[in-house]
Design a binder for this molecule. Structure first.
Ligand SMILES: Cc1cc2nc3c(=O)[nH]c(=O)nc-3n(C[C@H](O)[C@H](O)[C@H](O)COP(=O)(O)OP(=O)(O)OC[C@H]3O[C@@H](n4cnc5c(N)ncnc54)[C@H](O)[C@@H]3O)c2cc1C
Length: 372
């Protein structure tokens, strides 16, 4: 096993890798470009694979306590009437049979507290630009001039990864899909006790509880021209998108005001072909497989990456063999998530049969529920 490692990027993937490596006795450091190490204020859906990965990382109980873990899904029509409810999981069902949601800053706090508690040195405001490799290690220059040598560097710096650019300058760049995602946070009515999808409206609309009191909405809009929304345009725009819905959506819309959390992201994806490493630097998470949210599995996949990376490093004496084994174990799974998520978005944008999209979602989720 390696002696020390630097993780570049303190998102869910980087923090998972840092915790999993530290648990195996590696002396880990983590560097994040953001001086305040923030996570933006939106909700996130957690599927069964994410919950299983949280369990394996040892944070599931806290996620359950501070977020929301339930099961099943409810489908509603535009007027709010219930079309279908899937059965809920029995109490003895494992985490992978469940689903839930959590606010991103809450998940970030849970994980970053664990990172600090594990004694991992965290350097903030640190965009790492200088990595010099030789066969035995990588010399890293931190902003301010501090120099250190690491047995392994993990690039977990997200979809616009500069580590990826440095390692593989000709790698594919992120691509815009044609859809944008709005997210808002609202008080949770008691009737919303599981994930809900609203069918037949002008946008793809879903709600997911993120705590006892709150839920978040995600709204996927077809925006082929990739528009830019000024901050003052966002609230009226999202209220307009919800205008034709009845039921509790009308109340959510009426409650939107200046203090509401509204977040907009154009959907982009990237899938890096192997190899995902060069020498002793390896890429994980969105840096190599950034997906659209159609399967709500990007964060769970990034957490799995961290766990598998630590596992493969423990199995192999040679770092190169461990990193090749890591990619071999992850590539097909990640490709399936990214390609099928993008495909579902394409079906939606083309006005295709929702049953095709649902079949692809169900089939992929079933495969993802198998061990990683
Ligand atoms: C609109 C939208 C909705 C989504 N919804 C869901 C969902 O419901 N469920 C789900 O599971 N997934 C969802 N995802 C996907 C999920 O957010 C990502 O897959 C996940 O955050 C990837 O984690 P990561 O750690 O690889 O990268 P990130 O979370 O992007 O973290 C990267 C970190 O690296 C830091 N960084 C960046 N550049 C540098 C640098 N040069 N040097 C040092 N640090 C750097 C950043 O500050 C950040 O902390 C969604 C994505 C989008 C776009």
């Amino acid at each position: 096993m390696i002696g020390n490692a630097l993780v570049i990027g303190g998102g869910v993937g980087g923090m998972s890798a840092a915790l999993a490596l530290a648990r195996r006795g590696v002396e880990v450091q983590l560097a994040d470009a953001d001086p305040r190490w923030r996570s933006y204020g939106a909700g996130i859906s957690v599927t069964g694979l994410s919950l299983r990965a949280f369990d394996d990382l040892g944070i599931l109980d806290e996620v359950r306590e501070k977020g929301f873990v339930g099961s099943g899904i409810r489908l509603r029509a535009v007027d709010g009437s219930v079309i279908m409810e899937s059965p809920t999981a029995p109490p003895e069902a494992p985490p992978v049979a469940r689903s839930g949601g959590i606010m991103r800053p809450v998940l970030h706090e849970i994980m970053s507290n664990r990172v600090r508690d594990a004694g991992i040195r965290v350097t903030l405001g640190a965009e790492i630009t200088q990595l010099t490799q030789d066969p035995d290690g990588t010399d890293v220059t931190f902003p301010g001039g501090r120099q250190e040598r690491f047995d392994l560097v993990v690039g977990a710096d997200g979809i616009f990864s500069k580590t990826r650019d440095a390692l593989f300058p000709h790698a594919p760049k992120p691509k815009f899909t044609g859809q944008g995602c709005w997210r808002i946070v609202a008080d949770r009515p008691a009737e919303v006790d599981r994930a809900e999808m609203w069918l037949g409206g002008p946008v793809k609309l879903g709600f997911n509880p993120v705590s006892r009191e709150k839920m978040y909405a995600f709204i996927l809009e077809h925006v082929p021209d990739n528009p830019w929304y000024e901050p003052e345009e966002q609230l009226p725009h999202v209220a307009g998108l919800l205008g034709s819905y009845g039921g509790y959506v009308a109340a959510v819309r009426a409650s939107l005001g200046e203090d509401s959390l509204v977040n907009y992201r154009p959907l982009e994806w990237v899938m890096l072909p192997p190899p995902w490493h060069k020498g002793r630097v390896v890429l994980i998470g969105d840096a190599v497989h950034a997906t659209t949210p159609h399967m709500a599995s990007g964060a769970g996949m990034a957490v799995e990456d961290g766990l598998v990376l630590a596992d493969e490093l423990a199995r192999h004496d040679a770092v190169g063999n461990a990193l090749a084994a890591f990619t071999a174990r992850r590539f097909e799974r990640a490709r399936m998530v990214v390609e099928n998520s993008v495909r579902i978005g394409e079906i939606e944008m083309a006005g295709g049969d929702q049953r095709d999209a649902n079949a692809m979602l169900g089939d992929t989720m079933q495969k993802l529920h198998q061990a990683y």
